[in-house]
Design a protein around this ligand. Structure first.
Ligand code: FAD
Length: 390
């Protein structure tokens, strides 16, 4: 989408363009009609929401960051935030499953060659293929540079060996964006990025891992046993993998922060509704300041969270460095989602602990925001590093 938010004379404007407003309406309507009615089913079964993915693809709500030349709408990071928040409001597990393609494709979109883009991006948009993002290993999560997978050059191929874990959409992925060491002795400068196809001999996946929440977003281990990856499937230059991963984070963290905001907003809305209806000691519980202040604090967190996510997105969309702001947004929005979910459960009392009410799921789903895309502690390390960077 080419149209962007125009700055006014004051230099600041929170108004969405008409295209962005239409996208927002589309995402909210889709959430209301397609996600919310099925959220409980996918939460209970842990099935991957294939039908919702394909409907979302048909209406243009997945793969949105893929440039128009390759079939996408070339959405800005802010536009990704708008869609992510709207969908996560309905079910953050389904939202994560649907929007993972946008993370998996980021290295291709921003670093890939024209040939690589022309070969793979249309397959995501037109054929509904799925791409997963493979960085984490059993012994290296926060410590990205500590990965052990190797890719050893042999003529026109790299031999890729190693194992990844916690790979979202791994069970259903057709393609994997994989980080591996091409020069293990060179530390983080020895890492490279590859596009690996599931059909390549030596690629396999485990069954989905059982987890606390976001059940619709299946994750698994991915194994690479002497996989011959053509040199033309290396994304970027040899040794650029760590740099690519850091660039990806600057673009992926704002939409994750926005998704967390969607969870925080849902928790607030559910709590406001319930507190207005539930009576105790002869009065609606919202009339008790102890409950009312929980609601007010939840609202404060939602507003602050959205503002931070949007600012981080807006900066990178303008071509400005946003590493600090993306880390601030990710850390704050994750905590906002978690705290709002906890407080919503409190407002619901015993019913909050029941699977018959929506807030129990919110609490299970919210926790992951403090862990994936870099834990809260890692965001704080980045913030600290950025504070002293100047
Ligand atoms: C549901 C789910 C989906 C995921 N999806 C993906 C995916 O699609 N692709 C992918 O590559 N990865 C994925 N991940 C992995 C995720 O990014 C990692 O789990 C995360 O980065 C943390 O790594 P770790 O689990 O190894 O924890 P560790 O790195 O072992 O950290 C353990 C604890 O120590 C803390 N810690 C670590 N180092 C420091 C430090 N220097 N200072 C202070 N505290 C520190 C951490 O904050 C954390 O609290 C997913 C994980 C989950 C649970």
């Amino acid at each position: 989408m080419k149209e962007t938010t125009e700055a006014t004379g004051s230099g600041l404007d929170f108004t969405l363009t008409s295209d962005q407003q239409m996208l927002h309406n589309l995402a909210r309507e889709f959430t209301r009609n397609e996600i919310i009615p099925r959220a409980d089913h996918y939460d209970r079964t842990g099935e991957w929401p294939r039908d919702i993915f394909h409907t979302a693809r048909e209406v243009g709500l997945v793969n949105i960051n893929i440039p128009e030349a390759y079939g996408g709408i070339g959405a800005s990071v802010l536009e990704e935030c708008i869609v992510a928040e709207a969908m996560a409001y309905g079910c953050s597990g389904i939202q994560t499953a649907l929007m993972l393609n946008q993370l998996g494709a980021l290295p291709l979109i921003h670093i890939g060659s024209e040939e690589q883009k022309a070969r793979y991006l249309p397959q995501l948009v037109e054929d509904g293929k799925i791409i997963a993002y493979c960085m984490t290993e059993p012994d290296a999560g926060s410590d990205v540079a500590g990965i052990k997978s190797t890719a050893t050059r042999q003529g026109d191929h790299y031999m890729l060996s190693g194992g990844k874990t916690w790979i979202t959409d791994g069970p259903v992925a057709d393609f994997f964006t994989v980080f591996a060491k091409t020069d293990p002795a060179a530390g983080h400068k020895g890492m490279s990025c590859f596009l690996v196809e599931r059909s390549m001999p030596g690629v396999s996946t485990s069954k989905p891992l059982e987890k606390m929440g976001q059940h619709a977003a299946q994750t698994c281990q991915v194994f690479f046993e002497e996989v011959a990856v053509p040199v033309e499937n290396r994304i970027g230059r040899e040794g650029d993998g760590f740099l690519i991963a850091m660039q990806v984070f600057d673009r992926s963290r704002p939409p994750v922060a926005a998704a967390a905001t969607g969870v925080a907003q849902r928790a607030l809305d559910e709590a406001v509704r319930y507190a207005g209806e539930r009576a105790a000691f002869g009065r609606p519980i919202r009339e008790y300041q102890g409950v009312g202040f929980l609601l007010a604090d939840m609202k404060i967190r939602v507003e602050a969270a959205r503002g931070l996510a949007w600012k981080a997105a807006w900066l990178i969309d303008r071509g400005q460095r946003n590493t600090m702001e993306a880390a601030v947004a990710k850390a704050f929005c994750a905590d906002a989602a978690m705290q709002n979910a906890i407080d919503a459960v409190q407002v619901f009392g015993g019913n909050g602990y029941s699977r018959e009410y929506p807030v129990e799921k919110l609490m299970r789903d919210a926790k992951i925001y403090q862990i994936y895309e870099g834990t809260t502690q890692i965001q704080k390390m980045i913030i600290l590093r950025e504070l002293y960077r100047a």
